[in-house]
Design a protein around this ligand. Structure first.
Ligand code: VG1
Ligand code: CO
Length: 544
């Protein structure tokens, strides 16, 4: 079958953000919009002829259509084979696993993560490289550059592929293999965690749990792993049928959006353990009975206890966390005598460190944790890691976190989001902070003295690439921090994120409400950045 060439003109808004290109579905539905971006990906790559590409997405509206478009274009551009998840579905960590396991050239993941889905929701697309991880900035910059000069793309005039039957089909000169990625992923999990021990805990009669897939991609993975392999009862699993509109919800596993689960977990009769994951399956939230584990604390607990699991029994090489993530993990790294890296926001910055073997565990405050087993954050992996710890330690989630704080101290932490505010105002707020922050040293806010103010810049220790303007940091003399940055994943206006952190060594003061414990810093953040003035908001829209 001959490929056909379609002429097109560039769109000027195809710059990938923190995690790929995310836009309203209607934007992607413009003629040639998706095709332009896909061809721009291919145009920025070399030597992929006859190689394998992995394709799949979180199942949101437009996923199926986009998969068919990408298959035709991959065939027309000379790929030898595409591995596609059944139904066009792949969780983000499962896609990463497929790329690695089958030594693919790369992958295209269709997802806007937790952003609302449906005809009026968001859609997204990103490219992952051969290590299974998100393309680094030099590739995303090349894709953006290609999108600005594109004048044609290649496709086939062919029928749709049957995406629902596992097996191999032909499309032009290319093979399309529809795979059951759930089994591959479940097998990987079984190599990392002690399934027998978790099975024994779950079936001990002394333990109960809930997992909420929030109508998104992790449903089938949870059924296979938690129910079929680990023996939870079906009523343990909530919202496990993926829907194109995620049930009208917002599959962001946090205290605000995972409300159904939170309501179950914060009662006196609550189960022992609760967890949820996001739209594309890479985020996780961990809860105990009346107890919420911040993602930053979760990373620290996993690091401190990794030796209790089969996959990490021999210890971890190092830890990486994104800059705004709390410094709880730093204390664990120090005690273990291993390296700790602070990177910009976004999983793409962990790839080099993982590939080089410098770190084993990575985490972000935004409900993302993961390890060297893939090159994406991984929601169910974190849930299984916690289950493995609970099965070995046989303590409650609340007791595990309390004893962690007793050993290491507590890093009180919270993130305040001002979502969908006016983009100009948010830009001005950041510009003013960047002007101000050099002169803040020595000034006092609510009894604290500013020790430094800077704009986070990162030089990758492996390849020397640098990334500037990654967030304004204001540090105080007692180790407290406030960080300001704008989101790179939103599709409406701008979203200001304010990250707040304070360390507490005194055991008697480690059980306060985080918002109370951080009240002085919250006030200082509002004052320094003049948030109401620039955003027109008196309060954040989401507090996590
Ligand atoms: C957010 C999070 C960031 C995460 C990114 C992608 O980015 O803050 O930590 O890596 O989402 O996660 P931003 O630029 O909006 O702050 V996911 O699960 O949405 O792919
Ligand atoms: Co996600």
């Amino acid at each position: 079958m001959n490929s056909i060439e379609i002429s097109t003109r560039p769109f000027t808004d195809q710059q990938p953000g923190t995690s790929g290109l995310r836009k309203k579905v209607q934007v992607f539905q413009q003629p040639h919009y998706l095709e332009n971006f896909v061809q721009s990906i291919f145009n920025s790559l070399r030597h992929y002829r006859d190689k394998t590409l992995v394709v799949g997405g979180d199942g949101r509206y437009y996923n199926r259509h986009a998969v068919q478009v990408i298959l035709r274009m991959a065939a027309a551009n000379g790929f030898g084979k595409v591995l596609v998840g059944r139904g066009g579905l792949l969780s983000t960590p499962a896609a990463s696993n497929l790329i690695r396991k089958y030594e693919a050239f790369g992958g295209i993941i269709l997802s806007a993560s937790h952003n609302p889905a449906g005809e009026n929701g968001d859609f997204g697309i990103k490219y992952n490289i051969d290590n299974g991880g998100p393309a680094p900035e030099k590739i995303t910059a090349a894709i953006h550059a290609a999108s600005l000069t594109i004048d044609r793309y290649l496709t086939l005039d062919s029928r749709d592929i049957d995406l629902d039957t596992v097996g191999t089909q032909r499309l032009g000169d290319m093979q399309v293999e529809v795979v059951d990625a759930v089994a591959d992923y479940a097998e990987l999990m079984q190599t990392l965690f002690d399934f027998d021990r978790i099975h024994a805990l779950i079936n001990s009669g002394l333990f109960s749990m809930r997992f909420d897939a929030m109508h998104a991609i992790t449903g089938p993975y949870a059924v296979e792993i938690l129910e079929n392999r680990l023996g939870v009862t079906p009523d343990t699993l909530l919202n496990c049928t993926p829907r194109e509109d995620f049930g009208g919800g917002h599959p962001d596993p946090n205290l605000v959006y995972a409300k159904d689960l939170v309501d179950i977990m914060f009662t006196s009769q609550a189960p022992d353990f609760g967890a949820a994951s996001d739209g594309d399956g890479d985020r996780n939230m961990i809860l105990g009975r009346n107890c919420f584990i911040t993602p930053s604390d979760s990373l620290a607990v996993l690091a401190a206890n990794a030796h209790l699991t089969p996959g990490y029994r021999r210890g971890i090489a190092g830890i990486a966390r994104s800059m705004p993530t709390s410094q709880a993990a730093d204390r664990v790294a120090e005690k273990l005598g291993i390296e700790l890296f602070e990177t910009p926001t976004g999983w793409k910055f962990f790839g080099n460190l993982l590939d080089a073997g410098r770190v084993t565990l990575c985490g972000e405050e935004s409900f993302g944790t993961g390890s060297a087993h893939v090159r994406e954050k991984d929601g169910l992996w974190a849930v299984l890691f916690w289950l493995n710890l609970l099965a070995v330690r046989r303590e409650s989630v609340a007791d595990i976190i309390s004893s962690h704080w007793q050993t290491y101290g507590r890093n009180y932490y919270s993130r305040h989001d001002y979502e969908a505010v006016d983009a100009d105002g948010a830009g001005q707020l950041m510009a003013r902070l960047r002007e101000l922050n050099g002169n803040l040293k020595g000034k006092h806010f609510g009894g604290r003295e500013v020790a430094y103010g800077d704009d986070f810049a990162y030089v990758d220790p492996i390849d020397g690439s640098s990334s500037e303007r990654q967030g304004v940091r204001i540090g105080f003399n007692d180790g407290s921090r406030i960080v300001f940055r704008l989101s790179g994943t939103g599709t409406r206006g701008a979203t200001l994120r304010v990250y707040l952190e304070r360390y507490e060594a005194d055991r008697a003061l480690q059980h306060l409400d985080a918002q109370q414990a951080l009240a002085d810093l919250i006030r200082a953040a509002g004052e320094i950045a003049r948030i109401p003035h620039y955003t027109g908001r008196d309060a954040p829209s989401v507090i996590t």
